[in-house]
Design a protein around this ligand. Sequence first.
Ligand code: ADP
Length: 632
Amino acid sequence: MLPSDFQDILACVPQAVLRIGPDLRVAWLEPDFTAKTGVALQPGDPVLEALESGRGRDALERSLRESRGHAGHVITTGLKQLRIQARPCRSDSEPGTWLLFEPSGADDEVAFAQALQEIAREVGETLDVDNVCKAAVLAVVRCAQVRRAEVYLAEDGQPLRRVAVSDLASTDSPEDSLEAHADSFEAALVTRHPQIGVQRGYGDAVGSIFAAVPLLAPHRAVGLLVLYKEQGTSFSLRELDLWSAAAGQVAVTVENARLLREAQAALRVREEFMSIASHELKTPLTPLKLILYSMERRMEQGLPVEPSTVVKAKRQVDRLAGLVNDLLDVSRLELGRLSLEPAPLELGHLVAEVVDQFRLAFARPFSLQVPRERLWVRGDRDRLEQVLVNLLENAHKYSPEGETIAVELESVAGEARLHVKDRGIGIPAQDQARLFQRFYRAGNASYRNFGGLGLGLFISHSIARLHGGSLSLTSIEGKGSTFTLGLPRMTSSDVRQLPPRVLLLDEDPTQESVAERVLGDAGFEVLTAHGGVDALRRVSHLPVDVVLLSASAPPTQLGIFLAAFAELPRARPVPIVLAGASRPAWAHPESALCSRPYRELELLGAVRSTLSLPEERLSPLERLPREALMVP
Ligand code: ADP
C-alpha cells in the first residue's frame, strides 16, 4: 500500500513515470506526466504514437515487445529529445512495463563552451561578417553533435541569404533547404525564438531535425543560425539556449558591421557634402567680388553705378543667403528648434502669388489651377511659401527650358493638396525612397549639371510634417516628377469664424477712420492702405474678401493699384465697393456703390451684400475693360 502523499513526492522528481500494458497502451501515468514531458498521453493511448519514428523508437519498440529492459533516446512528436528507460513489471504484478521519461542528457557543455569560444575569438578579431559566419558554422559542426550548420542573413529588408554553410556529411546536402523550411525560418525571425523542424530527404529516409535559431540584434532579428542534427537525435532546451548565445555573438558582428557600413557611408556623404557646400558657397561669392570691384572702379572714376549691376549683386547675395538659411534650417530641425507661427491661411492665394513670382522671374510657362472654393489651412505663411518655392525651383531646375510646369491645388478628403508637376529628368526608382533625407541627391542629378546641396526637400518634408501634413512624390526617370504637398484643411466651423477681410483705400484720413471703425465694430478685419502701392503690397500678401475704394482717390494712385490689381494672378475675383457720389467713368456699371461721407448702415449694407452676392453678379475688376484701368 503506497502512502497517500506519494503522488506529491512524484511531482518533485524530474523523471516522469508511466506504465503500459502488453498492448503498449498507457495503463497508468503520473498526474504531472504531460507537464514534465510535454507529451500529451492519457490512459488507453498507444505510447509509441507519441514518438517520432526513427532508430530510437525502433529500439524501444523491440525491447517492449520482447519484455526486455531498455534505455535510450527518443524524439517526441513535439520534436523534443527525451531519454526513456523501460523496466518490465515484476512477474507477480499485472503484466506490462514501467517507462521513465527524463530530459535528454545529450548536451555536451564542454563542446558548447569550445564552440562559443571559437566564435567569440573570431568576433573579436574581425568585423567581416562573412568570416565570422564561416567561423561560426565551422565551430558548431566541429564541437557539437551537429551534422550541418548554416548562417542566413536578412539584410536591409532583403530576403534571407545563405552566407555560410558547413557540412560534416557531404552527401544529400539540402541545397534548396530555404524553400523547404521557409515557414520555420520565417517563424524564427518573427517570434525571435528558436524553431524546430524536420528536413525530409536530408540524412536518411526519415529526415533530419533542424533548429532555426534567430540572430538577435537589439531591435530586430538579422538572420538565422540553422543547425541540423544527426538523424535520431533532437535539440534539448538547454542546447537551444546555448545555441542562442552563439547566435547572439554572430548577431553582434552582423550589427557592428552594419553600423560600420553606415558610419562609413555617413562619413562619405559628409565629405562629399563639405566639398559641394564649399563649392556652392563660393559660386556666388566670385561674381559678387567682381561686381564690387567694378563698382569701386566706377565710383573712383566718378561714374554712376548702373542699377543692373546692383540687381546682379543682390541676386548673388540672395543665393548666398538662401544657402546659409538652408544650412541653418537643417541644424534647427536637427535640434528640434524649427518652430512655426501658424495662422489661418488661404492656400489658393499663396499659391497664386508664388506662381506669379516665378512667372515674372523665368521665361517659361507655368500653368495654375486653383479651385474657386477657398482652401483654408492653419499654417506658417513664410514656411509654406518656402516649401512651394523649393518645389517650383526644383521643377524649374530639373526640367528642360520651355516645358510647362503645372501647379494644381485641390481639396481631397479634408486635405488641401498641392501638386507641382514637371516633365523633367525624373527621379530613378531606387532613389525615390531616400529623396527626403538630408543631403540626398538622386543619381541622375550630377553635381556638374545641377548644383545643389540636397537640403531643400529635407527641409520641405520636415515643414510639411510639422504642419501635420505630408510631402510625397511620384516620378518616372526621364519623364518627369510630381511632388504633392498635403495639408489638413481647417474645419468649416473654424473657417466660418474667420472675419471677412476688407481692404480699405481712402485718401481722406477722416473718412478712412470712420469706415475703419464701422467695419471693425461689425466684425470685419480691415486692412488700410495708404496709396495704391501700399494697397498692392497688402493684397499680394493677404487674401482680401472685398475692396472698399474711394471713388475720389487721386487717379495717379488708384491707377497703379487698379491696373496692377487686375493683373494679379488671383485665384478668384475680388469684388469692389465704390464709395462716392457716383460711379467714375472707368467703373463697371454694376459695381456696388455707397455714399461717402460714409453712412454706417449703408456702408455695412453695401459691403455685406457684395460679399454674399453670387460670383457671376460680382463686379470684379477682371471684368473691367483693360483700357478703362489705365488711368493716367
Ligand atoms: P537640391 O536640388 O539642392 O539638390 P533638394 O533637396 O531640393 O536639393 O532635392 C534633392 C534631390 O532631389 C535633388 O538633388 C534631385 O536629385 C532630386 N529632385 C528634386 N526635385 C526634382 C525634380 N523636380 N525632378 C527631378 N529630380 C528632383
